[in-house]
Design a protein around this ligand. Structure first.
Ligand SMILES: CC(C)(COP(=O)(O)OP(=O)(O)OC[C@H]1O[C@@H](n2cnc3c(N)ncnc32)[C@H](O)[C@@H]1OP(=O)(O)O)[C@@H](O)C(=O)NCCC(=O)NCCSC(=O)CC(=O)O
Length: 474
């Protein structure tokens, strides 16, 4: 590997659950309308960086002798609880809707690679690295017209520094909350293997059949009521997008919003600044005698980002789109378990005038638009659901800049410890294709928000100045 930043693949294998064990998850799983809505959406890619040191040997030896076998073994055990993840999405001609099938020979594709890229630079926040540098660290989902894999994983070692775990998943099987449920279960089992403790707390070194209630996936599809038969409506819509009776499952190739040479940036919104912004907005609203709007950590961070981004990117469109998703598990009537496994999110698209965003009141304008959208939930979380697939199709074709949000600070990704400590950094790689803003909790644990962005380099530099300047005087 003479070239700098080279990633060499040393193994591609399938990890399956242990053959003789009892499965805790179903072998086939229907997709609900919440899932089918995302059928051709580009795969979601996340990357966890772990810095490691080895007491006795150099890290690459430690990685291949200790870390990798433990990751593989624990992944296999975790699949006992998450069997659909080892399967594929299929859509047989006889079936009105697509679904997930697991066959005996199936497994999760695991790629093992070695990288000579600069681990500290990629997992740091000091420099803006090219977005393309991260792509070789996340795997592709195997996909054909007839079937598409649910999940693929890549573990990459950076000799003498650490390793990364890249996770690529199909959005049509689960939302971010369920994906993180799986990753945290895998991390817990991996950690327990290392300590010789069972994940349920009892001493035992080989069998890990129990997960704590907060990680146990709930697969019961009866929780999702579909009185309007949206599952069939969405399936029929997909069949008619890109041709008559098209059952292709190949994810859409989206035209990258950001061109080659774009860079990835990570920014922190500290808790203390969020509190100051909250006060500022309240005072301003009171002075204007406006009704109090929804002011939360999420809405303030998103609004602040939007006000900075529109300026930094010098957006020319008269109207800007804000797109974000809401977790409906607690909002359905009756609410469903928080560990329900699948998709249970609704998207919201809001249109805002560019000029209003660029003005002095830009932050409050953005905040009001986000608040209105959240308030819209009061009309019923499924209001307008029949248009969900057509909205995705329209957004794909739209040339207007859409600022969407990926992931959530509530997922607490920085607590994902496989036994070698907390991640040094967690990146949402696929935002380089979708142009979304990714959100997670601040890694320093201050209760603030960490933001991931991919922008053209000069836009990132402009954004960085605006972001820092705005917070400096708070
Ligand atoms: C719609 C929302 C974004 C709005 O969030 P808000 O924070 O503005 O409003 P809210 O009513 O939910 O919360 C109001 C206040 O209560 C707190 N609060 C409420 N419920 C909470 C909970 N379960 N955990 C922690 N805090 C909670 C909030 O922090 C906030 O206080 P404070 O102001 O102090 O913070 C959110 O409710 C939501 O649904 N978030 C999850 C979105 C999601 O799942 N995204 C991923 C989609 S899948 C995806 O993108 C792909 C992928 O990830 O793979």
């Amino acid at each position: 590997m003479a070239k700098p930043n080279a990633v060499e693949i040393v193994e591609v294998c399938k990890v399956a659950p242990p053959p003789t064990a009892d499965f805790h998850g179903p072998k086939s799983l229907p997709l609900t309308f919440f899932d089918i809505r995302w059928l051709r959406f580009p795969p979601i890619e996340r990357l966890f960086f772990y810095e490691t040191s080895s007491p006795n040997s150099i890290i690459s030896t430690f990685f291949f002798d200790s870390i990798l076998p433990r990751l593989k073994h624990s992944l296999s055990l975790t699949l006992l609880h998450f069997l659909p993840l080892a399967g594929n999405i299929t859509w047989p001609p006889t079936s009105p809707k697509p679904g997930i099938e697991y066959a005996e020979s199936d497994g999760v594709s695991l790629t093992v690679a070695v990288s000579n890229a600069d681990f500290r630079r990629l997992s740091g926040t000091d420099v803006f690295c090219e977005a393309a540098e991260y792509s070789p660290l996340v795997p592709k989902l195997s996909a054909s017209n007839d079937q598409v894999a649910v999940l693929a994983i890549q573990v990459t070692v950076f000799p003498n520094h650490g390793f990364s775990i890249g996770v690529t998943n199909h959005h049509s099987v689960f939302d971010g909350k369920s994906l993180i449920l799986f990753v945290k279960s895998w991390a817990l089992i991996c950690r327990s293997l290392g300590s010789g403790h069972r994940s349920d707390g009892h001493d035992q070194s080989t069998i890990f059949l129990q997960l704590p209630p907060e990680l146990k996936p709930v697969y019961d599809r009866d929780y999702i009521k579909d009185s309007a038969d949206l599952g069939t409506i969405f399936s029929n819509q997909w069949r008619n997008i890109d041709g008559p009776d098209n059952r292709s499952l190949v994810p859409w190739e989206v035209k990258k919003i950001q061109p080659a040479g774009s860079v990835r940036g990570t920014f922190q919104m500290p808790r203390q600044k969020i509190e100051k912004l909250k006060q500022l907005v309240r005072v301003e609203k009171m002075a204007n005698k406006d009704p109090i709007i929804h002011v939360s950590t999420f809405s303030l961070t998103y609004a602040y980002m939007l006000a900075c981004l529109v300026k930094a990117e010098e957006v020319k469109d008269d109207k800007i789109l804000f797109v974000f998703t809401m977790d409906l598990r607690s909002r359905l009537e009756p609410p469903i378990p928080t560990t329900y496994f699948g998709n249970c999110i609704a998207g919201k698209v809001t249109v805002v005038e560019r000029e209003a965003l660029l003005g002095k009141e830009g932050l409050v304008v953005a905040l009001s638009a986000i608040s209105e959208a959240i308030k819209g939930l009061e009309k019923g979380p499924l209001n307008g659901a029949e248009n969900w697939v057509t909205v995705i199709d329209k957004l794909k074709a739209s040339t207007i800049r859409a600022y969407s949000v990926a992931s959530s600070p509530r997922f607490e990704v920085y607590s994902t410890d496989f036994g070698w400590g907390r991640p040094k950094k967690v990146d949402f790689i696929s935002i380089d294709k979708t142009g979304a803003i990714s959100l997670s909790e601040n890694r320093n644990g201050d209760g603030g928000v960490e933001i991931g962005l991919v922008l053209r380099k000069h836009h990132m530099e402009a954004f960085s100045s605006l972001f820092a300047e705005g917070l400096e005087y708070l």
